[in-house]
Design a protein around this ligand. Structure first.
Ligand code: SAM
Length: 408
């Protein structure tokens, strides 16, 4: 049999298998198995990969994928999503979409058809678009923020990453003040310093971190809060505190209080001066339940013997050497047998890690010379500080886990 026929037969077999898988997962989902949805998506991706030719796959990766993120970023500047949903989402021409900003309709045409090709808009006819559910999501500023932050903060580092790594003979970046981010942005200092100097990107950062959080299981969904934090809580002073370190503008503590009003202790938000300023401006400190405290987590922890020191998406911002300093200050403050550290971050699977975890790991490499960590890497890091992992909690694929840490 000629080689091409053998290849064609093999491809047909793979497509048949992938189709069967899609049909099976789809049926499971429609029959009410909520966990089948992620499997359905994975099977559908496999179907695409076996149906397309290797050259099509290559072009998808080197043409379509980079085009998507830049077109989406331009669409946000052009307010295309907001305009598309206006007037009850009635279909609009490129001229109408362009009118909102005075942009050239020819340029808008090139952006809208790219957005439509990636399902960010629906194409109703030549040069005519209507919004879909993704358009409606992106029309909300906090979701558009994700596009702004990831593009403006991340893309310059990505564009320069191969050249940067060639220059280091491909060493794993571990210096958060002299790494790919600084090389790409032509900046000296940590990425957080750059963010402070770019308030619109910093605002986008906080908006999107919050927006994404509400779509994923919360740490309180997986951690036995009542048993571990509420029961046995000392009623007063530092010992009663749940301290959210690097807690952004306080949404996590607000959610915690709404979910566990029976937690009678202090709720303390620790952050950098600029972020405490933003939280104050948002009225977070007016809530008697949340205390705002300026604190740099590279300095000794002022609240001693707290019930819990919580950190979400904090340690993934830092390479191991700096995580050890942060954890070291907490270790010094903890009361044996009572205090715990709660780390809400990704816990990567050793194989077939979720695409969300893998992409975020690469993003952290480029942005902060840091990383997402597997269970083994978390244990090594925590044990190297003389601390002990008491439990690791996870819910669903690609979400953040919760790591409970105690003194040995
Ligand atoms: C990825 S954000 C996470 C924010 C929040 N925990 C959340 O999940 O929404 C990391 C936070 O660490 C804060 N941060 C960075 N360096 C810090 C430092 N040296 N001391 C205290 N907070 C710091 C930043 O301001 C930022 O809000």
């Amino acid at each position: 049999m000629p080689k091409e026929d053998i290849n064609a037969d093999m491809q047909k077999d793979s497509i048949t298998q992938a189709l069967d898988q899609v049909a099976a997962e789809g049926r499971n989902f429609l029959d009410g198995d909520a966990t089948a949805r992620e499997k359905l998506i994975a099977s559908a991706r496999t179907l695409v990969s076996v149906a397309e030719t290797p050259v099509e796959s290559l072009l998808w990766n080197i043409w379509a994928l980079p085009t998507r993120s830049v077109a989406a970023r331009i669409a946000v500047d052009l307010k295309l999503f907001e305009t598309a949903v206006s007037n009850n989402g009635s279909p609009k021409t490129n001229q109408e979409l362009a009118a909102a900003t005075g942009a050239s309709p020819t340029l808008v045409k090139r952006v809208t058809r790219t957005c439509a090709s990636m399902k960010m808009l629906d194409e109703e006819g030549p040069g005519r678009y209507s919004p879909n559910s993704l358009t409606r999501l992106l029309a909300q500023p906090e979701y558009a923020s994700g596009i702004i932050f990831c593009f403006d903060a991340g893309q310059p580092s990505y564009a320069q990453l191969p050249a940067y790594l060639r220059g280091t003979n491909f060493q794993n970046p571990e210096n958060s003040t002299d790494g790919p981010f600084q090389h790409g942005q032509k900046y000296t200092g940590h990425a957080f310093g750059w963010l402070m100097e770019h308030p619109e990107v910093f605002q986008a950062f906080h908006g999107y971190v919050h927006a994404l959080r509400i779509h994923r299981p919360s740490w309180t969904d997986m951690y036995p809060v009542k048993k571990r934090l509420v029961d046995g809580l000392k009623a007063e002073g530092d010992a009663s505190a749940l301290v959210d370190i690097g807690g952004g503008v306080g949404q996590i503590l607000q959610d915690f209080y709404a979910t566990f009003p029976e937690y009678g202790g202090r709720l303390v938000l620790q952050e950098l001066e600029e972020v405490i300023g933003a939280a104050t401006a948002m009225g977070v400190g007016q809530s008697k339940r949340i205390e705002l405290q300026m604190h740099d987590f590279f300095t000794p922890q002022p609240i001693k013997g707290a019930r819990a020191y919580f950190m979400r998406s904090v340690l993934h911002d830092w390479p191991d050497s700096q995580c050890r300093k942060i954890l070291g200050h907490l270790k010094d403050a903890m009361e044996p047998g009572y205090s715990r550290i709660l780390i809400s971050d990704c816990v990567l699977a050793d194989e077939h890690a979720a695409w969300q975890h893998i992409s975020l790991d690469f993003f952290m490499l480029a942005l902060a010379s840091s990383q997402e960590r597997s269970e083994r890497e978390w244990r090594q890091l925590i044990e190297s500080c003389g601390l002990k992992v008491a439990g690791i909690y996870n819910e669903g694929e690609g979400n953040e886990g919760l790591i409970e840490v105690v003194l040995e």
